[in-house]
Design a protein around this ligand. Sequence first.
Ligand SMILES: Cc1cc2nc3c(=O)[nH]c(=O)nc-3n(C[C@H](O)[C@H](O)[C@H](O)COP(=O)(O)OP(=O)(O)OC[C@H]3O[C@@H](n4cnc5c(N)ncnc54)[C@H](O)[C@@H]3O)c2cc1C
Length: 217
Amino acid sequence: MQQQLSKKTLSFTDEIAEGVYLLGFERDFEFKAGQVIGIGMEKEGPRRLYSICSGEREHEIMILYNVVEEGYLTPRLCDLTEGDEIWVTGPRGEFLYDSAPALWIASGTGVAPFYSMLRSGQHENKTLIHGERYLERFYFYNEFSETLGEQYTRCCSAEDDPAVFRGRVTAYLQQVAALPSDFKYYLCGRAEMVVETRDILIARGIPYNQIISEIYF
Ligand SMILES: Cc1cc2nc3c(=O)[nH]c(=O)nc-3n(C[C@H](O)[C@H](O)[C@H](O)COP(=O)(O)OP(=O)(O)OC[C@H]3O[C@@H](n4cnc5c(N)ncnc54)[C@H](O)[C@@H]3O)c2cc1C
């Protein structure tokens, strides 16, 4: 099916950590937290998918992305400034909120859909485990930590901090005492992390149908 395309004017673009950007444009459509949109530079050119990271009722749509140096779109996207135009497809996707208690597991920019859920007030009974290489890259740390408190764990693979688990999310999950078998497990990030995490959860007795994955390939 042909995706509906529309042109959007960027209201801001901001480099929030080295090579990691937030961009925004005015929201003129409805979406559900966890959904993605396609973004392209030209109407007919290549497009890539991005999770919406703003809340369902906010005035702007925000996207969090990291520049893939050898990639096609992101090195071009990061050169844009306020007032420039991009082409966007309508929202889609089934990586959606559920009222059941859940563990949200993210690596890198894979935290974006969980931030959207948080900003949409969908964080009750939810615990976030976020993995990053460097401490400065725990995007939205202040809001996650204020809202989720003890239900928010950072796992840092390359730097130490007494308040942060040293290692990847996969190492954290292998040693954590309790992984409730009646929880949902939402996984979002690069393929290696999602596949490895899924294997660990299954090995620890989590039923496959309680694991919901969004892979950034
Ligand atoms: C459902 C879905 C949601 C996504 N949401 C986001 C998002 O919210 N934020 C985000 O940053 N990306 C997201 N992605 C990845 C995004 O669609 C692009 O693949 C990514 O931005 C690279 O695009 P590119 O054109 O610059 O590079 P490409 O020319 O597409 O790719 C170059 C190479 O980089 C690899 N690559 C893809 N993504 C990454 C990455 N994040 N880091 C390092 N290498 C990568 C590709 O596998 C490929 O080998 C999502 C992907 C999917 C499928």
